[in-house]
Design a protein. Structure first.
Length: 348
């Protein structure tokens, strides 16, 4: 995938009933849908002030320190529009969420990718790149847990990156998978004067279809992000669903996160037993290197299961990413299917 083509996930041309290729969360409880029964939610524009106030209270902030966006993607795009240009550079560990370098290039910025180490955030290398770029640095992004690898940065590493950045550059913590990590770096990012933290309702909260994300940080930085993007960027029903989820679905979300932690370990063990090479992950998925990822993807697709491969991403040519299903019966099905496909590959 490259910047001259639209975003598109390479999928097998087969009907899928178990999608484990997009890291989506659990199906919300049916009662949540009562939040959008009012027809006025469809008829009226609505600014997300209530949701921003709820999120601010949750994270110990003032409402002006939070902006609700059309998914975390929108927040990342606003950061690029606000802090990058042809005269500025982006530093990011790679492979990273592919929209981060794509957005940077769309505004003409140079992207300096720093290859990730073996299951670790390359802190020393990122700090060196930040210092080398110097005054040209517009933005440095730390993705933790990382998508697509599942690796994490530490609190001291995030602080080191922020301390190395020039005062007019933006440090972004992409924490879309923070709920699944052993350490949530959000409080660390919120204590930094030059950083914003980007999060989403798409993963742990199971609301990917609503496209609700948010960014948090110093009021002056968030105000700058408000200058970019569309007015009323988030649909009114989506705002209502996210508000209701925060107040009524937290216990369900935490149960799902706990379940994913157990599944992640079991899935990694299964993949290793079958000859794959799983990488350490603290997200809601496992990334593993296999001999023929496209063949594995297509074999699973023939059994109705979708997984993600990255044939054109440097460093991930042999990788397959599998979302934890969050359900015991579905995990059993996934493991049986993996065994059937991978053992058949060995015999052929």
């Amino acid at each position: 995938m490259n910047d001259s083509t639209p975003y598109e996930v390479p999928r097998a041309p087969t009907e899928i009933d178990l999608r484990l290729d997009a890291n989506e969360g659990p199906a919300p409880e049916p009662a949540l849908m009562r939040a959008i029964e009012d027809v006025e939610l469809v008829r009226r524009y609505r600014a997300p002030r209530e949701l921003e106030a709820e999120l601010a209270a949750r994270f110990g902030l003032e409402p002006e320190q939070v902006i609700v966006t059309a998914g975390a993607d929108d927040a990342l795009l606003r950061c690029s529009l606000a802090f990058l240009s042809p005269e500025r550079e982006l530093v990011v560990a790679t492979p990273a969420f592919e929209m981060i370098p794509r957005y940077a290039r769309q505004v003409g910025a140079h992207v300096r990718g720093v290859p990730e180490g073996a299951g670790r955030f390359p802190c020393a290398e990122v700090v060196a790149a930040v210092r080398d770029v110097g005054a040209r640095l517009g933005m440095v992004v730390v993705v933790s847990p990382s998508n697509p690898t599942g690796s994490v940065a530490t609190a001291s590493e995030l602080r080191s990156v922020a301390e190395a950045a020039p005062p007019d550059a933006l440090v972004v913590l992409d924490a879309a998978y923070a709920e699944f990590a052993e350490e949530d770096l959000t409080p660390v990012a919120l204590g930094l004067p030059n950083a914003v933290c980007v999060r989403t309702f798409s993963k742990a909260w199971g609301l990917a279809g609503t496209r609700v994300g948010f960014a948090m940080g110093p009021a002056e930085l968030i105000q700058r992000l408000r200058m970019f993007g569309s007015p009323y960027a988030v649909a009114t029903p989506s705002i209502a669903l996210a508000c209701r989820a925060l107040t009524s679905q937290e216990d369900a979300m935490k149960r799902y996160v706990e379940r994913v932690g157990l599944e992640r370990a079991r899935l990694a063990e299964t993949l290793a037993r079958l000859g794959a090479r799983p990488r350490p992950s603290q997200a809601n998925f496992v990334l593993a290197d296999v001999d023929d990822p496209v063949r594995l993807r297509d074999g699973l697709a023939a059994l109705g299961i979708g997984v993600r491969v990255f044939p054109s991403t440097e460093g991930l040519e042999q990788a397959v990413r599998i979302t934890c299903p969050g359900d015991r019966a579905l995990l059993d099905r996934l493991e049986r299917s993996l065994a059937a496909v991978m053992q058949e590959e060995e015999r052929s």
